[in-house]
Ligand binder design. Structure first.
Ligand code: TTP
Ligand code: MG
Length: 425
């Protein structure tokens, strides 16, 4: 793989970025401690109640995906798609459900994620952790374009050998292209996109593959006749800007291979949040409240596991198509109390209950850290700046947050919001 001719106006720097994303992460973790699940359809989710549409799929093994199971689907529906199995551990439902269902066990997944992170930090100059199973690595000083394929293969083998899960790796001169590359051959994939080839690599892909383009934006782009990444690269940035704001201009640059962001480590979070999209907008207050409770519990658990208490509780609602509302309330002092968090979130939501809602979010901010170290003003400011630069989040999920680099995350299907702790503003 020799270096190829550089397209003018595309990549500006010789950076080698690897994006690593574990394959069906929660399911992979379940298989790690229960090898009998290997090769089987496995559905991992939360809040499952047999016979109801309570409880949404967080992830499913690729075997289950082949039957049409996807994230955000009701667990009951997912299990019905699968071949009948008798094992329903983790539920009080005795027999005859389909597939293997395992309830989310965040603390175990966090420990596996910790092992993975440690390995990644040993193999890169800089690591930016994006979510529980995903990170960008700056490996410029560790390899070169002639040997990077072997480097990536070795990285994958190390993750599999030392952690016990498989990951897909994308290597490219930019972060946004590395992200698309890691997704391109999932699972178990390794895709290297060399400098000068980014726009060409992206061009034939569906526009939704472009980093930062979620399903909602993709639909709007298609209505403008923009079907592929190549169409997006050729679209008029002024039109994209007027239709989608800065996000439109950003995805246009990404589609052209232009992205000069450096891989930078994450700062201390300014907030912790979870959000979750409904498959279709819903105006059922019961479903809305149930989802908020699940999100509040997930945020509370994450805060607990990181030793974080919080003074401000916020919620976000997204009404179709992009109407974002946020409300927040500050408490007299910092707390780490999941029940209180849920209660405040539900109160804040009361004025929206029954409106059509396609996405909900719960966030805590004004954080205090158990290590006693309060973030300094400078840290706050820096975090804010970094986040603002990097996020303009299509469905607004991300700006001042822990994991804010994925402009596309906003639109990502985070049905039960379990995926990552993104912030929103
Ligand atoms: P992803 O990396 O998006 O998904 P995945 O690892 O399960 O599958 P793959 O990368 O092979 O496509 O998310 C990582 C974990 O986050 C996932 O295992 C479960 C959780 N998650 C949710 O809880 N809800 C969601 O909607 C999504 C997409 C993920
Ligand atoms: Mg993954």
């Amino acid at each position: 793989m020799g270096r190829t001719v550089r397209l003018p106006g595309t990549e500006t720097r010789d950076r080698i970025v690897a994006h690593v994303d574990v394959d069906c992460f929660y399911a992979a973790c379940e298989r790690l401690r229960e090898p009998a699940l290997r090769g089987e359809p496995v559905v991992v989710g939360m809040g499952y109640e047999p016979g109801t549409d309570h409880g949404a799929v967080a992830t499913a093994s690729y075997e289950a995906r082949r039957f049409g199971v996807e994230s955000a689907m009701a667990i009951t529906q997912a299990l019905e798609l699968l071949p009948r199995k008798i094992d329903v551990a983790g539920t009080d439902h005795p027999v005859s459900e389909a597939g293997f269902y395992r309830p989310v066990d965040m603390s175990f997944y966090e420990s596996v994620a910790g092992d993975t992170r440690e390995l990644l930090h040993g193999r890169a100059e800089t690591v930016r952790e994006v979510s529980i199973d995903e990170a960008y690595l700056d490996v410029t000083g560790r390899t070169d374009w002639e040997t990077v394929e072997a480097f990536g293969g070795e990285l994958r083998a190390a993750i599999e050998g030392e952690v016990g899960v498989t990951a897909s790796v994308g290597v490219a001169p930019t972060m946004s292209a590395a992200k698309v590359a890691s997704d391109h051959d999932k699972p178990d994939g390794l895709v290297v996109v060399e400098p000068g080839e980014v726009a060409e690599f992206l061009a034939p892909l569906d526009v939704e593959a472009v980093h930062g383009v979620g399903p909602v934006t993709a639909r709007a782009l298609r209505e403008l006749g923009i079907e592929t990444a190549g169409d997006l690269a050729e679209a008029d940035p002024a039109v994209l800007g007027s239709e989608f704001g800065e996000r439109g201009r950003r995805v246009h640059r990404f589609a052209r291979g232009a992205d000069d962001r450096a891989v930078e480590p994450r700062g201390r979070p300014k907030s912790l949040s979870r959000e979750s999209a409904f498959t279709e907008a819903t105006d059922s207050p019961d479903r809305q409240r149930e989802r908020l409770r699940t999100l509040a519990a997930a945020v509370a658990e994450r805060a607990r596991s990181r030793g974080v208490s919080y003074r401000t509780v916020g919620i976000k609602t997204v009404e179709p198509p992009f109407d974002v509302n946020t409300r927040a309330r500050s408490l007299p002092g910092p707390v780490a109390d999941g029940d209180l968090l849920a209660e405040v979130a539900l109160e804040l939501f009361a004025e929206f209950a029954g409106d059509p809602v396609r996405k909900l979010g719960v966030r805590v901010s004004n954080l205090s850290f158990a290590d006693g170290e309060q973030p300094s003003l400078t840290e706050w400011t820096n975090t804010t700046t970094a986040s603002d630069e990097e996020s303009d989040t299509p469905d607004g999920q991300h700006s001042l947050a822990e994991y804010n680099e994925d402009p596309g995350d906003e639109e990502r299907n985070t049905p039960d919001g379990q995926r990552s702790l993104t912030g929103y503003d």
